[in-house]
Design a protein around this ligand. Structure first.
Ligand code: CTP
Length: 383
């Protein structure tokens, strides 16, 4: 699902060090099929080259006077407008109605929401004048991407960095998505659970957590509040992602973390591969011997336990099967109280692709696609 395909994105760049990241963002957006136009302020040109940007983008603009009324054409022909980095000056100008160059005049002529991505020194960020200007712009319907924390170009450590390119792209995609889950809490489990055998050994599985990652993405783009509970996984998660992430080991721990949030949850996506067996762990490392018999005992079935506590929650389960996919998925759907059960073959575990069947109370659909596409299909079905 490519929300950026053929969309016209307008980026206003102001004079902050983070302007050097704009060509990377432009490349990323172009790679997804968007048309990208860039407005540079005079100060922005000190931090990013308009020559580099003209190679990557579909046009770089910096003057009110070169073309025919560029502020009107640029503002009316764009699907989305973001200011990145947004410095102290442009936020002040936008809030007080100053229009004295191409960027500020285009802001004045734009009649949809603008995304401001501030990046500056922490003392400037805490300035009450800036805070008041941001509040005012928010009250006009505009919105802001919180800067992240870390080492800053001015030599201090703190809040003020531009978030990662993937975080910014996610925010642009969100602005272009239908908000079917606005205000809903989406709790997503993923990865494989880990049952301790002794201090250094464990019982786990090949789950990567990818399904949970893509579900989180599309829940967020649809306006949901996202919380992830992850077991062992191979995800290299961007620290700027706007999700609350809780890491767990055992099935018991995962169950308790879900219970902590259960009353607030609107949608539960149980994509974790939960171990069906657990072990009474030994306190000391087990020594090598000729033969070792591990005694496994049945583990908690999280979904079955949640079925007893189900009230308003909508539950999506995932069944992993080697044969009789449809029948087994249907059976598990009833047994575990799921509203949707996604049946997939064992080859899906750890893979980027998945094949199987989505069964809901309204019907069935077979799929053979990437996990990202599957996540989108599931989100489409839940509302
Ligand atoms: N699940 C769970 N608790 C478990 C095992 C699985 O909540 N102890 C959840 C999974 O997260 C998934 C669904 O139940 O959403 C189906 O998991 P699956 O492994 O396919 O089924 P099992 O119930 O474990 O049955 P089996 O392994 O015998 O097929």
């Amino acid at each position: 699902m490519n929300l950026l395909f053929e969309k016209v994105i307008l980026i206003g760049v102001t004079g902050g060090v983070a302007a050097y990241k704009v060509p990377l963002l432009v490349r990323e957006l172009k790679g997804r099929g968007a048309k990208v136009k860039v407005i540079l302020t005079e100060n922005a040109k000190r931090f990013v080259s308009s020559q580099v940007l003209s190679i990557f983008s579909d046009g770089v603009f910096d003057s009110l006077w070169e073309d025919d009324i560029p502020h009107i054409t640029l503002s009316s022909e764009s699907d989305f407008f973001l200011i990145l980095p947004a410095d102290y000056n442009i936020i002040g100008k936008a809030a007080s109605g100053v229009a004295d160059d191409l960027l500020s005049t285009t802001i004045a002529a734009y009649n949809k929401k603008i995304l401001f991505c501030p990046s500056m020194n922490p003392r400037m960020l805490e300035n009450p004048v800036l805070i008041k200007n941001i509040e005012y712009l928010k009250s006009c319907g505009h919105y802001f991407l919180e800067p992240s924390k870390g080492p800053l170009a001015c030599g201090v450590e703190g809040k003020g960095r531009l978030p990662s390119i993937s975080r910014i792209v996610l925010e642009i995609e969100k602005a272009l998505s239908p908000k079917t889950l606005e205000g809903d809490l989406c709790l997503i489990t993923g990865g494989g659970t880990v049952e301790k055998i002794d201090p250094v050994r464990c019982l786990t599985n090949e789950s990567s957590g990818k399904m949970a990652y893509y579900l989180a993405k599309y829940c967020y783009l649809s306006g949901g509040e996202v919380e992830l509970i992850l077991g062992k996984n191979t995800l290299n998660l961007d620290p700027d992602l706007p999700y609350k992430i809780t890491l767990v080991n055992s099935a018991e721990e995962m169950f308790n973390k879900i219970l902590d949030r259960w009353d607030e949850v609107d949608y539960l996506f149980m994509s974790a591969a939960v171990s069906d067996f657990t072990v009474n762990p030994k306190e000391e490392k087990i020594k090598r011997k000729e033969e070792l018999v591990l005694e496994l005992k049945s583990n908690i079935d999280i979904l079955k336990e949640l079925k007893k506590r189900k009230k308003h929650q909508f539950i999506v389960g995932f069944s992993l099967e080697k044969e009789n996919l449809r029948a087994s998925t249907l059976e598990k759907m009833k047994e575990k109280g799921c509203d949707i059960m996604v049946g997939n073959f064992v080859s899906s575990i750890g893979s980027e692709e998945s094949a199987g069947i989505i069964i809901s109370k309204k019907g069935e659909e077979e799929f053979n696609c990437s996990k990202e596409e599957l996540a989108w299909k599931i989100i489409q079905k839940i509302k």
